[in-house]
Ligand binder design. Structure first.
Ligand SMILES: [Zn+2]
Ligand SMILES: [Zn+2]
Length: 172
């Protein structure tokens, strides 16, 4: 399906499992992670160095690279290193992840030379995310997107939500 083109193919085992991460400076202390074959997830493969991609930034928790089918001159994906399935799966305890993703999106777009006054940020909202690995899209200049891409990444639609919406939702 064309609409889901950034999200092709991962096959994730659906077993839930609790993982405690200790002795790490990570802001992600305890996380519910899908038991996942990282080899079958495109984003895990990129982070694990199994897929070619220029990584623009990474720290303990996040990695930033270009969308493989950019919708504009700058089209960044801000991705958690941990395999969290999607923005809807974030818990209130993980609000800091949503905040950091939002900050990193703006910061990285600026650093890469994007126009932050003409930008589109957002997450696919289930069930419209077939790549089940949390990622924020940061696109600029948004006004140059094709009609199709403007629909795919349509601001505050029921399939693509803003980073502010996700933070607010976790603040309630
Ligand atoms: Zn995507
Ligand atoms: Zn993954």
């Amino acid at each position: 399906m064309e609409m889901l083109r950034c999200c092709d193919g991962p096959n994730i085992l659906k077993t839930n499992r609790k993982i405690a991460v200790i002795n790490t400076p990570s802001i992600i202390k305890i996380a519910t992670e899908m038991a996942v074959d990282r080899d079958k997830c495109m984003f895990c493969r990129i982070y694990d160095g199994k897929e070619r991609n220029d990584i623009y930034f990474q720290d303990e928790d996040f990695v930033v690279f270009e969308d493989h089918k950019p919708a504009a001159k700058h089209h960044l994906l801000i991705v958690t290193k941990e395999h969290i399935p999607n923005a809807k799966a974030l818990t209130k305890q993980q609000k800091n992840i949503a905040q950091r993703l939002m900050e990193l999106g703006r910061q990285m777009l600026l650093e890469r030379g994007g126009d932050i006054t003409d930008a589109r940020y957002g997450y696919h909202w289930p069930p419209f995310n077939s790549i089940n690995h949390l990622h924020l899209h940061a696109i600029s200049p948004a006004s140059t997107m094709t009609f199709l891409n403007k629909s795919i990444f349509k601001e505050s639609s029921w399939w693509f939500v803003s980073p502010e919406y996700v933070v607010d939702r976790l603040s309630e």
